[in-house]
Design a protein around this ligand. Structure first.
Ligand code: FAD
Length: 299
């Protein structure tokens, strides 16, 4: 998410400092956008950065910050001007997560895992050199990043793998218990999901090709990919749960961590089903994506 931001809006020093670690995945980043009262209405964010010589002093809190407990850096939206109109007073800062004054508190989600956190900033000093673009340009950069994030959420590669796993699971179940009317219905749903996924892959290929050729990325395409990708993921996880039947309710954290497990399926279905709920929330909820699509295509 932040790589394209740095090579598009960053200065030479930021590019040479940060891009190699992003490319090699040696340096991990988290995204500091949402706050307790700023999610869909992101422009109302309140985390304040006040200039003090060659530093900003940052105070406030970020909510739902995925992997903040692992991250080396955060790319963060801060308010640098309280008097400007909400969007115009936002800036994009890179914050070293080892800076004094940062506290990361875990939030355990419905799947029983620790993915996400609340992050608190108490007089955190951030060098002005870590400002990306201009002061007040944060909203433009935030929207650029969100388009990339939403395309990534379409996530077709892992979905193709998930579909193959579910088909294998279906075959094992039929071999064990025999074909039944219920399984025939599930087979139909699986075929339908496969067609939907194939059309998502085709759509993704077409949009990515257009963008590579210079098409405008600010249209509804990223929202369409995010929305459809999420719906198909949730459909697949529901089908998997149906195939597994009551056994699917057994949550297997060992499988999730890649440890040896007796589970018939190499990952936890309950996890996919439960964590799958989050995908229609993060990166902008499905309602917000539908509004973007409606505004650009139907207005
Ligand atoms: C697991 C998880 C991980 C996350 N990771 C990150 C992260 O790493 N970094 C980060 O910055 N954020 C992260 N988020 C936050 C996520 O982006 C927000 O939760 C999301 O944008 C919704 O904001 P909200 O939670 O404040 O809900 P709200 O904005 O309060 O929305 C509540 C409900 O109202 C609906 N709604 C709100 N406004 C409208 C409207 N105008 N029209 C129609 N319906 C509307 C929404 O669709 C939703 O159903 C994560 C969230 C989750 C659940």
């Amino acid at each position: 998410m932040v790589g394209p931001v740095i090579y598009t809006f960053g200065n030479e020093e930021q590019k040479s400092r940060h891009l190699p670690g992003i490319l090699s995945s040696d340096i991990w980043w988290c995204q500091g956008y949402s706050e307790p009262n700023a999610g869909s209405d992101l422009a109302s964010l309140k985390t304040l950065a006040v200039r003090d010589g060659d530093h900003y002093v940052v105070n406030g809190t970020k909510m739902w910050t995925t992997e903040a407990h692992w991250a080396d850096w955060m790319h963060c939206l801060v308010r640098t001007d309280r008097d400007a109109r909400p969007q115009a007073g936002i800036s994009f800062l890179l914050i070293d997560m080892t800076s004094p004054g940062i506290e990361v508190r875990p939030i355990v989600t419905i799947d029983g895992q620790h993915h996400t956190n609340q992050v608190f900033f108490d007089d955190v000093r951030v060098p002005v050199a870590n400002l990306v673009g201009l002061e007040g340009q944060g909203w433009e950069i935030a929207k650029f990043l969100l388009a990339n994030e939403r395309v990534a959420i379409a996530d077709t590669g892992p979905k193709l793998k998930l579909l193959a796993d579910i088909k294998a699971m279906f075959a094992t179940r039929v071999e064990r218990d025999g074909q039944s009317r219920t399984m025939a219905v599930i087979q139909d749903r699986l075929a339908d999901a496969e067609v939907q996924l194939a059309s998502l892959c085709a759509l993704e290929a077409a949009y990515v090709r257009d963008w590579a050729e210079g098409a405008d990325r600010n249209g509804p395409q990223a929202s369409i990919l995010k929305l459809r990708g999420t719906e198909i993921l949730q459909l697949l996880s529901e089908i998997a749960l149906e195939i597994e039947g009551p056994v699917g309710a057994v949550h297997d954290p060992a499988a999730l961590r890649g440890l040896k497990t007796d589970s018939e399926w190499p990952s936890s279905i309950a996890h996919h089903y439960l964590y799958g709920r989050c995908w229609s929330i993060f990166g902008g909820t499905s309602e917000i994506q539908r509004t973007i699509i409606a505004r650009s295509l139907l207005a």
